[in-house]
Design a protein around this ligand. Structure first.
Ligand SMILES: [Fe+2]
Length: 248
């Protein structure tokens, strides 16, 4: 009995298995701007725990999605600057490398491309996402338009779109047009269901996944990432880390 409790307890302790990745490039920790963290205290607590899981640096990527999260770049940058200062004062041991966005390909996307209005990861990568409910005509063209402005495009969590199967022609099309794929770490543990887990690993096995991200919104994600740090299959994947996170 005691052995079982100590085993459960051990699983609640973070292992620094993400050291090999180094950088988290997808999370929602600018407080109060989307469905992510709702306070500076929560953001700082999440940052400390991401550090304990081995991350050395990160980019924060709030949602830009009309009309649900009608965020403004200047406002996001101001709020990020405040958080960065608070994190430094709180002694957070993880470098905040910058604020970017997770841009939904929606009705306002074409205008955004025309205006070249994107916050980028490491100065060149734009993280985009699709609807979680239905496919959208013209997705490949919209991404091509963005690429033509000189950006590299990363597709957020391709494994999570319920209308895209592993053998979807859309995945092949996106890879043919040099779109990077970012799989959510928690997809690989079943957090979003068995389907997302299977497709996530399937895409990795094909060599189609360049980035992993935590997509942290709050402490529930941190709790699940802590449990994930004990996942043998994930540990093995990260041991032979072939992702581009470490180059950011
Ligand atoms: Fe996200």
């Amino acid at each position: 009995m005691f052995k079982m409790f100590s085993f459960l307890h051990a699983k609640n302790k973070p292992l620094p298995i993400f050291e090999s990745l180094g950088t988290d490039m997808h999370c929602h920790l600018v407080p109060g701007v989307d469905d992510g963290s709702n306070s500076a205290e929560l953001s700082i607590s999440c940052l400390k725990q991401l550090s304990a899981l081995g991350f050395k640096q990160l980019y924060i990527t709030p949602h830009f999605q009309y009309p649900r999260f009608n965020n403004d770049e200047a406002d996001i940058q101001d709020r990020y600057a405040v958080l960065k200062q608070q994190a430094e004062q709180a002694g957070v041991n993880i470098a905040l490398q910058g604020v970017a966005g997770e841009y939904r390909i929606d009705d306002r996307f074409a205008q955004r491309v025309a205006d070249r209005r994107f916050l980028r990861i490491a100065g060149k990568y734009v993280l985009v996402e699709l609807s979680l409910h239905q496919p959208r005509m013209g997705t490949a063209e919209a991404i091509y338009g963005l690429q033509e402005t000189g950006c590299e495009v990363i597709m957020a969590h391709p494994e999570r779109y319920p209308y895209l199967s592993l053998n979807s022609a859309i995945f092949e099309q996106l890879k043919n047009q040099d779109v990077f794929f970012q799989v959510n770490i928690l997809s690989l543990t079943g957090f979003y269901g068995e389907r997302a887990r299977r497709i996530g690993y399937g895409l990795i096995e094909r060599g189609w996944v360049e980035f992993l991200g935590t997509d942290t919104h709050n402490d529930v994600y941190i709790h699940m990432l802590t449990r994930a740090s004990h996942d043998r299959k994930l540990q093995k994947l990260l041991d032979k880390c072939e992702f581009m996170n470490c180059k950011l």
